[in-house]
Design a binder for this molecule. Structure first.
Ligand SMILES: Cc1ncc(C[n+]2csc(CCOP(=O)(O)OP(=O)(O)O)c2C)c(N)n1
Length: 536
């Protein structure tokens, strides 16, 4: 068996990989030998950044690592941005690439696709970057990648294989099963202390992050027993279910929730960075806690970042929440529901003029597609959705406004999500600026016949940056960009497309969407707002 064949077999048989995202090149053709008949689905994006975003969307929607096959040099520098995005949000991603022949590495000979050190270039956006020097080490290196995905804080991993190794023969391992791997459990003494503080609390608050996406039952049970108002981050939307009476939403940066947080006497934060893009989207460092902070995280370093810690527990979110819940056999009756309702009423999200154009957008989407998975770029409807949207389950709402904040994420990540969840409707929310970064992936959506719905908020410009320039008295430069004819472009790709100018038109377009292949809905922001009687 060759090293490349062993890689495919290990991915498929040991780790249950079913899809890889990749663009082949002369340096990877040996990786592709036999791939067609291997049973692995190979999806071909039109740019490596698209491959990375697709793998990211696939991973966030499914909870399984997204896998990419990428060429040396430009393929890797192209995917670096997507790896940065995945690193920022702890998304498991395996990037396998070629690298030049072992005897040429680091010699600066001007060989095709050569970088001074590809491994060093990518190390900054990977949990680790490994150069395979001996094919016999492949099972161990792959095992290390999956151990990281399963056992610690996930993120992107890069493994590069010198081109002279792909076709080298290697002895396959004697068995093809992955080792059983259990995550760390929290310390019982620490749990007892945390339970004691939570029991004594008068005004508890919970902060649940993306680390809780697979801990639904335990999270709901504990939160209900504690009767604690709960902030779910953007990546944790849906962990408590849709419109749960203790869910404050992803509104930690808004005044009423900040006040509630400041007044909380004990705070339980689980699987969350407590980072700026969830807790401080107004960028004034205004999210402050004065109560005792208890944190639970798989990553010990994470326990001490961003807020002063009183008690830290290293452990898996689900098990920790379960074990903590055992300390509370009966629900504590406090005023959690009332405090949550009061904060939400004070927020009055639906009446906020900043969100007015988007309330009917999300109402229409929820009515037509209540189960839909919403994937977003960095654009006005997404910022509003971060506050407005309530989802029935986790892994149904994510976007590029968290963490790294990369434009161009929405469309390819939606493709990845649709591949992971073929039975769910998938909606990509993009702006006319951001979609241009990766519009070429519309070709991939058509080719793969993916029925994603692209809602394109078209305001002919980088509105968010226009807003910031205006607010800071900076004369507008570089923000009034020209939008192309998106309908014509989409149709050129073989994608169905319509212009939509009102909520009614959106509802009609959704009702008559094609069963196969993508649909692009070009929403003219000006006409949409005019239809609602809102001046632009
Ligand atoms: C790779 C990258 N480049 C630049 C930015 C800065 N940026 C953030 S939002 C934005 C405007 C996006 O415009 P559009 O997608 O049309 O959405 P709108 O703000 O108009 O709703 C820009 C340029 C970014 N986030 N990412």
């Amino acid at each position: 068996m060759t090293c490349a064949e062993l890689l495919i077999r290990l991915l498929r048989d040991t780790y249950g990989v079913d899809t890889v995202f990749g663009i082949p090149g002369v340096h990877t053709i040996e990786l592709y030998r036999g791939l067609k008949d291997s049973g692995l689905r190979h999806v071909t994006p039109r740019h490596e950044q698209g491959a990375g975003f697709m793998a990211d969307g696939y991973a966030r929607a499914s909870g399984k690592p997204g896998v990419c096959f990428i060429i040396t040099g430009p393929g890797m520098t192209n995917i670096a941005t997507a790896m940065g995005q995945a690193l920022a949000d702890s998304v498991p991603m395996l990037v396998i690439s070629s690298v030049n022949r072992r005897d040429t590495l680091g010699r600066g000979q001007g060989r095709l696709h050569e970088l001074p050190s590809q491994q060093q270039t990518l190390a900054g956006v990977a949990r680790f970057s490994h150069t395979l020097l001996d094919p016999a080490a492949l099972p161990e290196v792959l095992a290390r990648a999956f151990a990281l995905f399963l056992g610690s804080r996930p993120g992107p991993v890069h493994i590069e294989i010198p081109i002279d190794l792909f076709s080298q023969s290697v002895q396959p391992p004697s068995h093809w099963q992955a080792a059983r791997l259990y995550r760390a459990s929290p310390d019982p003494e620490g749990l007892a202390k945390a339970a004691e503080w939570l029991r004594e609390a008068k005004r508890p608050l919970a902060l649940l992050g993306g680390g809780c996406c697979d801990a639904l039952k335990a999270a709901r049970e504990l939160i209900e027993r504690l009767d604690a108002p709960t902030v779910t981050t953007i990546n944790a939307k849906g962990v408590l279910g849709r419109h749960h009476p203790l869910d404050l939403g992803a509104n930690a940066a808004l005044p009423a929730v900040r006040e509630l947080a400041r007044n909380a006497d004990v705070i339980l934060a689980v699987g969350t960075e407590l980072g700026e893009t969830d807790y401080d989207v107004v960028f004034d460092d205004g999210f402050a806690l004065s109560g005792r902070l208890i944190r639970i995280d798989l990553d010990p370093e994470q326990l001490v970042r961003n807020q002063a810690l009183a008690l830290g527990l290293v452990g898996d979110a689900g098990r920790s929440l379960e074990q903590l819940a055992e300390h509370f056999p009966e629900s504590l009756k406090r005023d959690g529901h009332e405090r949550t309702a009061r904060a939400l009423a004070a927020l009055a999200l639906a009446d906020d003029p900043a969100f007015a154009p988007f309330v009917p957008l999300y109402d229409t989407l929820e009515q037509a597609l209540p189960e839909a998975l919403l994937v977003g770029d960095s654009t006005a409807p997404v910022y509003a959705g971060n506050h407005l949207v309530s989802q029935p389950a986790p892994r149904r709402y994510f976007n590029a406004s968290t963490g790294y904040g990369t434009l161009g994420y929405g469309l390819p990540a939606a493709l990845g999500a649709q591949l992971a969840k073929p039975a769910l409707p998938v909606v990509a929310l993009v702006g006319d600026g951001g979609v241009m970064f990766t519009l070429s992936e519309l070709a991939t959506a058509v080719e793969e016949r993916l029925p994603i719905i692209i809602v394109l908020w078209n305001n002919s410009g980088y509105e968010e940056i226009r807003r910031y320039m205006d607010a800071h008295g900076v004369e507008r430069v570089g923000v009034d960009i020209q939008a192309p004819d998106f309908q014509a472009l989409a149709e050129g790709f073989g994608c169905a497309a319509r212009r939509v100018a009102s909520p009614q038109a959106l509802a009609e377009a959704l009702a008559s969407r094609p069963a196969e292949g993508p649909l692009l809905l070009d929403v003219d922001a000006h006409d949409w707002q005019a239809s609602l009687g809102i001046a632009k």
